[in-house]
Write a protein that binds this ligand. Structure first.
Ligand code: KIV
Ligand code: ZN
Length: 500
């Protein structure tokens, strides 16, 4: 059976989602989970873009052992050199070089003629191939390029040493019939079975997953995408949907992947939590309603035989795998074992503070399940500013909030009166961390069911330069979760200002 390679760009295209900003620790955490999920290639970042991106790519290259690690480069030698440096320790490195080939991009953005574009592809793919065995070339905006010129560009890249050709539907313009035919046309035009063809589809018209599957039908052996479909504008191909489509309809696609399906939900949850982009309830495979049956007729059918209305079982993708909840009396050993089950191999030193947090939570919550534990792990960021006190009192005149934060072992407090508790808390934090921001989004949800569920609050702020900065806070109490989320976002704005 044909094997389809999965190329994950959550940390590169996914991070281009407005408001998404992973730090290096978060990127490494996501990379490790992607490795557990069974990804073949991870695009760890765009090393020339910033020092932070460079360091994250390097850290991932040093950490993962079972995936190819790719770095992105424009057709420029300094970009290629920076990828080379970042991937020096990667066990299996790959470079991804791109240049636009559509008339609008060449004329309006690059100010280059067709001849200049072909010469640049030749020069830079050759330069990349001198440094890497695996070289992927992408003709950006391929689906709005003229077909004959696109083929010339791809043939030029192959002659210069490209081993993988990725065809981006950069603006999500194509449809399955057209995109599948384009892939077939290019495969036939190149006529070299050693070249891997890959899809990269954006979701502007809601067809990213369908287009990617059409590419596979047409002969592409690699699919690019992100977890939960995050990415530039409307996002990218949701890889979980492709993985489950291939598995569920193996009869039709006659193709398989090396994805470990039961890690799917956990991978999605981690990316949702760290990106701050929550998954819609009705999202395929990983949405909260993906396995919920509402109609009486459906419920009756599922009780008689789940196959009547379920084409995938929830446990297959790791949903509702909370068989062994922990509680107040669970010891350190049981906790460490559970963490291992969840895929975290913490050292004793790393485990201690998480175990303490678990005990604090267990004092407030009867049963701690997998989602609570994943939330605990996700919330253990070493924030420079920590919320160390919150008091809110109510009177007929309004609300008074006193917020205390600790930064570098020093504590600071502010008290503010307001008309609502969140408003008073946020104004107190504004006074403690005076940076100009606008609160753009505030969302609250419960992590698990039940009255003793933990709350997860997400906030997005717009800073003075118009950038979106997000923060997430998890706590048993909604006001604490709200304060933590806001404090995290404000600290990010402040540290960006200081690092300039
Ligand atoms: O969408 C796009 O064209 C890209 C390229 C860099 C591959 O993300
Ligand atoms: Zn893209």
């Amino acid at each position: 059976m044909r094997k389809i390679q999965f190329f994950d760009t959550t940390l590169r295209d996914g991070e281009q989602t407005p408001g998404v900003n992973f730090d290096t620790k978060e990127k490494v955490q996501i990379a490790k989970q992607l490795e557990r999920w069974g990804i073949d290639v991870i695009e760890a970042g765009f090393p020339i873009a910033s020092q932070g991106d460079f360091e994250a790519v390097k850290a991932i290259a040093e950490t993962v052992t079972n995936m190819t690690v790719a770095g992105l480069a424009r057709c420029r030698k300094p970009d290629i050199d920076r990828v080379t440096e970042a991937l020096v320790d990667a066990k299996d490195p790959q470079i991804h070089v791109f240049l636009a080939t559509s008339p609008i991009h060449m004329e309006e953005k690059l100010h280059m003629t067709e001849e200049e574009v072909l010469a640049s592809i030749d020069e830079h793919v050759r330069y990349a191939r001198e440094r890497f065995e695996k070289v992927q070339f992408s003709p950006e905006d391929a689906t709005r390029s003229e077909k004959a010129f696109l083929l010339k560009a791809v043939q030029t890249a192959v002659r210069a040493g490209a081993t993988i050709i990725n065809i981006p539907d950069t603006v999500g313009y194509s449809n399955p019939t057209e995109y599948g035919a384009l892939i077939r046309f290019l495969i036939d035009g190149v006529a070299d079975p050693s070249i891997i063809f890959s899809s990269h589809c954006h979701d502007d018209l809601g067809m990213a997953a369908a287009n990617a599957l059409a590419a596979i039908e047409a002969g592409a052996n690699r699919v690019e995408g992100t977890i939960n479909g995050i990415g530039e504008r409307a996002g990218n191909t949701p890889l979980e949907e492709i993985a489950l489509s291939l598995a569920t309809r193996k009869d039709f696609y006659q193709a398989e992947s090396q994805i470990t399906f039961k890690e799917t939900k956990r991978t999605s949850d981690l990316v949702a939590r760290l990106s701050g982009v929550s998954v819609p309830r009705n999202k395929a495979i990983v949405g909260a309603n993906a396995f919920a049956h509402e109609s009486g007729i459906h419920q009756d059918g599922v009780l008689k035989n789940p196959g009547t209305y379920e084409i995938i079982t929830p446990t297959f993708v790791g949903v509702a795998n909370n068989s062994l909840p922990l509680g107040k009396l669970s010891g350190r050993h049981a906790f460490a074992e559970k963490m291992k089950d969840l895929g975290f191999n913490f050292s004793d030193e790393e485990l201690q503070p998480i175990f303490k947090k678990f005990k604090d939570l267990a004092d407030k919550k009867k049963e701690i399940n997998d989602d609570d534990l994943l939330a605990l792990v996700a919330s253990r960021k070493a924030a420079p500013c920590r919320l160390t006190g919150l008091r809110v009192s109510y009177s007929l005149e309004g609300v008074e909030a006193t917020v205390t934060i600790t930064e570098n072992e020093k504590s600071f407090s502010e008290t503010v009166q307001g008309s609502g508790s969140i408003q008073a808390i946020y104004q107190a934090i504004d006074q403690l961390l005076p940076t100009t921001t606008i609160l753009e989004d505030y969302q609250i949800k419960s992590i698990t069911a039940g009255e003793d569920a933990q709350a997860e609050v997400y906030v997005a702020l717009i800073d003075q330069e118009g950038r979106i900065v997000h923060g997430t806070g998890i706590d048993f109490d909604v006001l604490h979760a709200s304060a933590k989320a806001y404090l995290e976002a404000k600290s990010r704005v402040k540290s960006r200002g200081e690092n300039k």
